[in-house]
Design a protein around this ligand. Structure first.
Ligand code: F6R
Length: 248
C-alpha cells in the first residue's frame, strides 16, 4: 500500500509556506486547476502566503476553480462567521479567481437536498477536484464529516459534534451553556462527504500544534474506521501530509 508522503516542518509558519508552495506549483503546472479548500485556523497562513506569491510572482488564478469543503446552514454569505466571508477575507479579495469559479454551498438555500445535489453536480461539471487541501479536527473529522457509525459519501448536511462546535465558537460557549446543541446557531453545516473528498486526485492534509497529534496518529497509524473519518484517507493513492513537529 502506498503510504502518504509526509512533510514535517519545524513550526506552523513553515507549514503554511510549504502548503502554499504545493498549491502555487499546482496552479502553475495546471492553470485550470480545480481546488477544494478548507477554512478554519490552520490554513490562514497558507492563504497569506498564496496571496504573497500571487502579488510577488504573478501566479495567475484566472483559470482556477475553487470548491469550499463546507459552509454553515442558515448562515448568509455576508455573515462574518460564514465560510463565504472567510474566503473573501483570506483569498478572493486578494487573488484573481473569477467569481463564477468561486463555489461554496449556499447557507441560505431553500431546499438543502437540492443544494447538496447542485453542489455535487457543479463539482462533476468542473471535471472533479484535482487537489483538495484539508485540515483535521481534534476528533479526526475532515470537512464536517464527524466520527460516526456510518459516514455519508456525497455532499450533505452534517451536525457538528459538541467538541467541534465548542472549538469553532469558543466565544458563544458561555451564552449557550444551558442549551441543547440542537438549539444553538451554527450547529449544522453543508459538507463535502468523504466520497467527494476521496475522489480528489491529490489530497494535502495540514495540521499544526500538539492538539492535533493524537488525531494524526489515529488517522494514519491506526485502522481505517468511520470513528476517525481522516483514517479513510489511508485508502487514497495520493495523500501528502504537511505537519509541524508538534502535530507529527
Ligand atoms: C473547515 C474544515 C474543518 C477544519 C477542522 C480544523 O473547512 O473542513 O475540517 O479543517 O475543523 O479546524 P482548525 O484548522 O480551525 O483547527
Amino acid at each position: 500500500m502506498r503510504q502518504p508522503e509526509r512533510v514535517v516542518v519545524a513550526e506552523s509558519g513553515a507549514m503554511a509556506r510549504e502548503a502554499a508552495a504545493l498549491v502555487d506549483r499546482a496552479i502553475r503546472t495546471q492553470p485550470d486547476l480545480v481546488l477544494a479548500l478548507p477554512t478554519g485556523n490552520t490554513p490562514v497562513g497558507m492563504y497569506t502566503e498564496l496571496v504573497r506569491l500571487h502579488r510577488e510572482t504573478g501566479t495567475d488564478w484566472g483559470g482556477v476553480t475553487v470548491f469550499n469543503l463546507d459552509e454553515y446552514l442558515g448562515v448568509a454569505p455576508d455573515h462574518p462567521e460564514s465560510y463565504a466571508a472567510y474566503m473573501q477575507q483570506h483569498l478572493y479579495r486578494h487573488v484573481n479567481v473569477p467569481p463564477s469559479r468561486q463555489h461554496i454551498p449556499n447557507g441560505l438555500a431553500d431546499d438543502p437536498d437540492r443544494e447538496v445535489a447542485r453542489y455535487e453536480a457543479a463539482i462533476e461539471a468542473a471535471g472533479g477536484v484535482d487537489l483538495a487541501v484539508l485540515g483535521i479536527g481534534t476528533n479526526g473529522h475532515i470537512g464536517f464529516n464527524e466520527p460516526a457509525q456510518e459516514l455519508i459519501a456525497p455532499t450533505h448536511v452534517a451536525t457538528l459534534t459538541e467538541e467541534t462546535w465548542q472549538r469553532n465558537f469558543p466565544h458563544l460557549v458561555e451564552a449557550h451553556r444551558a442549551d441543547q446543541l440542537s438549539a444553538r446557531p451554527f450547529r449544522q453545516a453543508y459538507t463535502m462527504g468523504v466520497g467527494s473528498i476521496l475522489q480528489a486526485r491529490h489530497i494535502i492534509l495540514l495540521a499544526s500544534g500538539s492538539d492535533k497529534r493524537a488525531a494524526i496518529a489515529r488517522a494514519f497509524q491506526g485502522p481505517v474506521t468511520t470513528q476517525v473519518p481522516a483514517s479513510l484517507l489511508q485508502l487514497h493513492p495520493r495523500v501528502t501530509l504537511v505537519l509541524d513537529e508538534a502535530a507529527a
